[in-house]
Design a binder for this molecule. Structure first.
Ligand code: ATP
Ligand code: MG
Length: 766
């Protein structure tokens, strides 16, 4: 058995797997088997007789943890379920539940998601009379998050001269106070936010040596995947826990560090050797994931970064298809071309939908992709963005669950106190908030003693609400998750409210609740866990992040996700879309070299997700905040060695009808500042030695000739050449209809055929 599974490793991977004792580090390029080494290492440890309960594996996403556990199960059997494996947040939330009392928290503390945190920040800003433009809640949240990830408490924040000087210089001198109030309010509500899960773990390990001792001796073997993206808070937890056994194995790739904006510090990987001088370092150089072309392209991109560890990565796989670059004239066209390409590749290569992923820089880009896939009847699933658990109706029901287990949960309380409507108005709620503040009580305390603080009518309504919630707690205690959840959905009035809403949206919301209840039912029927109560189900839900799968089922679908969420994953066919300046690299990154390098690493991550074929696309115009703006091809395209590229123009490109335009081409050339995308350049890429500058190949959006002015074209004739403000030069092929509604069919050189209503078209006759 042992020999069997070790056969699936090359010699350096195998050495790393067998080096189970002492500190080990593997820094290696994408697809070289780092994650595979961790997986096999765990299996190997268990085969050697190590108790799975003593193994701690920290991964970046829940999905990665699940995949790893499934694979280990194949080698070692059901014992694999006892390994402590998961994201930093999920593992330490689990530990914090056990130890919460030591920090003054209840063990059923709530985990505030980002929305809860921001809503609380907004409430605090309002109470403090601070301008929420200057103190933008997103910004404030980011500041607090960054402080926590650097282990700066609210008190330290307020006492730090440098930080105070910085805040005052931007006119935000009250930030420290907001942070302190936010912390106090979370504590009072029995809630921790995402960053607290790490921050409080650090506090726990620092202030409670007995707890530290316990976990240092519990976890005999520690492993961390994607170590390059750990922040200081995570780094310190790992360091402390490993400080007795030193059996710590970290794997990562500095070229894939993409969470600097969230406080991740690439130095953690670079300093590992300083922290552990006797570390054994293993190099992995062979990429098993991708074709040679893909690996070469990835290498040619990342070598533009000055700050990186020298690595040699090669692939022994087939050379593979060239990387396809597609230009479209709008984001919608880009979506269409991706959909068409997916249909084509799937049928030619007999692939599943699962084999395809579309990756983008920002969540907003998913809209045009979704639309195109939907029209083409391609099943897809969006990871991140608006996940199932972020929908209003789901959050509402979950807020009831939260409040049931933690009456002090302020955000949940405010969310559902008057939903469904029970006549409790804003004035009443404001009165309650004030009373809670003045009496050092929680909102729920006020609700249970409502007659002391409110008039009779309001007090009755509020008091009934509190009693209902208390009755839910009793039900939840004595029933399984599904029974409790159904009871709460009904008796809160939520199900009835949604049922009575007969609009299409109302129906969809009702169905979503049903779907959540189905998921809970499945949970209640699980045989591998002892406690199937609703509170246990809630622990998992609270930790679902944007990067995770949204719905329980795992169908055969195309995956849509941001590049950030794609880390560690692989797909047969990958589409990286929106390679445009100010989008990718993002506008925010253009101010500093370090930020630009992080964007480039992000591109490297995207490219290295592909196994067999990589498609890259960009559009020459795109809707941004409701208006169509021109966009230029990304500078990153220039950096790819053109040897590995195949470039495709929009479908009905000029080249498809060259004879009719030959005469005009030279005229066109002289009128545009940009050299034309000559057809023969595309069919015969120049050899690498000549190093063609790619920008000229990837011709930019049309720049109107100087002094361009649209004119009256109601007398336009077939055969005339026109210039359009955005579409460039074209030839009139057909005219139909009567003045003033004449419709012209024009064949544009850049974008192909288009129909335009002349009275609106911005044209001039050349
Ligand atoms: P990333 O940096 O993207 O996280 P990684 O270094 O973690 O990549 P893995 O995901 O572990 O790489 O491996 C990439 C692919 O190569 C996987 O499909 C893995 O199963 C396969 N692979 C790795 N090593 C070998 C090997 N020795 N033989 C066969 N396949 C391998
Ligand atoms: Mg990996």
């Amino acid at each position: 058995m042992i020999l069997d599974y070790l056969k699936g490793l090359n010699s350096s991977q195998r050495q790393a797997v067998e080096q189970t004792e002492g500190p080990v580090m593997i820094v290696a390029g994408a697809g070289s088997g780092k994650t595979r080494v961790i997986t096999y290492r765990v299996a190997h440890l268990i085969q050697k007789g190590v108790d799975p309960f003593q193994i701690l594996v920290l991964t970046f996403t829940n999905k990665a943890a699940k995949e790893m556990r499934d694979r280990i199960t194949k080698v070692v059997g059901p014992e694999a379920k006892n390994i402590w494996m998961g994201t930093f947040h999920s593992i330490f939330a689990k530990i914090l539940r056990v130890e919460a009392n030591k920090l003054g928290y209840p063990s059923n503390f709530t985990i505030y998601d980002t929305d809860d945190s921001k809503s609380l920040i907004k409430a605090i800003l309002k109470e403090m009379n601070l301008d929420d433009k200057l103190y933008n809640p997103n910004f404030v949240y980011g500041r607090i998050s960054m402080a926590k990830n650097n282990l700066i408490s609210a008190a330290e924040y307020q006492n730090n001269e440098q930080i105070q000087a910085d805040d005052f210089s931007t006119g935000r001198g009250q930030l420290g106070k907001v942070y302190a109030t936010y912390t106090a309010r979370c504590f009072k509500a029995g809630a921790m936010d995402f960053d607290d899960l790490l921050f409080k773990t650090n506090v726990l390990l620092k202030d409670h040596p007995d707890v530290l001792y316990k976990y240092q001796h519990k976890f005999k073997y520690l492993m961390v995947d994607e170590y390059q993206d750990t922040n200081f808070s995570q780094y310190l937890i790992v360091k402390k826990l490993a400080a007795v056994t030193y059996n710590l194995c970290v794997v990562g790739d500095d070229a894939q560090s993409i969470y600097g904006f969230r406080g991740a510090n690439i130095q953690n990987i670079l300093n590992f050797q300083k922290d552990y001088p006797d570390v054994k370092v293993f190099k992995l150089e062979q990429n098993y994931r991708s074709t040679q072309n893909i690996v070469n392209v990835a290498n040619s991109i990342i070598k533009n970064n000055a700050n990186q560890l020298e690595k040699n990565v090669f692939s022994d796989n087939d050379e593979g298809d060239k990387i396809k670059i597609t230009r479209s004239y709008s984001d919608n066209e880009e979506g269409k071309s991706v959909a068409e390409s997916i249909l084509q590749e799937r049928s030619i290569k007999s692939l599943d939908w699962n084999d395809f992923a579309v990756l983008y820089r920002t969540n907003a880009q998913s809209r045009s992709m979704e639309e195109a896939l939907r029209k083409a009847n391609i099943p897809y699933k969006i990871y991140g963005g608006m996940s199932f658990y972020q929908r209003k109706e789901i959050k509402d029901l979950i807020a009831y669950f939260r409040l049931t287990f933690n009456n002090n949960d302020e955000e949940a309380f405010k969310r559902v106190i008057n939903y469904p409507a029970r006549g409790i108005g804003k004035t009443t709620i404001d009165k309650m908030i004030l009373a809670a503040d003045q009496n050092g009580k929680t909102l729920f305390d006020i609700a249970t003693n409502a007659f002391q603080f409110l008039d009779n009518r309001a007090a009755t309504a509020v008091n009934n609400f509190a009693t209902t919630i208390q009755s839910f707690a009793a039900i939840a205690k004595n029933n399984n998750a599904f029974e409790a959840a159904s009871h709460i959905a009904q008796h809160s009035g939520l199900l009835k409210d949604l049922y009575e809403d007969k609009s299409v949206e109302g129906l969809a919301r009702y169905e979503n609740i049903q779907e959540l209840l189905n998921g809970i039912k499945e949970f209640s029927e699980r045989e591998d866990i002892e406690d199937r109560g609703l509170s246990v189900f809630m622990e998992d839900v609270a930790l679902l992040t944007n990067d995770d799968n949204q719905k329980p089922e795992d169908k055969d679908t195309v995956s849509l996700m941001t590049i950030h969420s794609s880390k560690g994953l692989e797909f047969n066919q990958v589409y990286v879309v929106g390679l445009e300046e100010n989008l990718f690299p993002s506008q925010m990154s253009l101010n500093s070299r370090a930020d630009l390098e992080e964007e480039r690493r992000l591109f490297y991550v995207a490219v290295t997700r592909a196994e067999k074929k990589l498609h890259i696309s960009y559009a020459t115009s795109r809707f941004k905040f409701g208006t169509l703006v021109n966009s230029e091809p990304s500078r990153f395209l220039d950096e790819i060695d053109p040897r590995y590229l195949e470039i495709e123009l929009p479908k009905k490109a000029f080249s498809s009808n060259p004879s009719s335009f030959d005469g005009e081409r030279s005229a066109w050339k002289s009128k545009t500042s940009e050299a034309p995308a000559s057809t023969d350049v595309f069919s015969k890429p120049k050899p690498a030695s000549q190093k063609v500058k790619t920008t000229s190949l990837l011709s930019k959006a049309h720049v109107p000739t100087p002094g361009f002015k649209p004119e009256d074209t109601s007398n336009l004739q077939v055969g005339e050449i026109v210039e359009h403000e955005r579409f460039g030069f074209g030839k009139v092929i057909n005219l139909e209809g009567n003045k003033p509604d004449i419709k012209a069919t024009i064949f544009f050189k850049e974008i192909g055929q288009k129909q335009l209503l002349l009275k609106f078209a911005k044209l001039r006759i050349v």
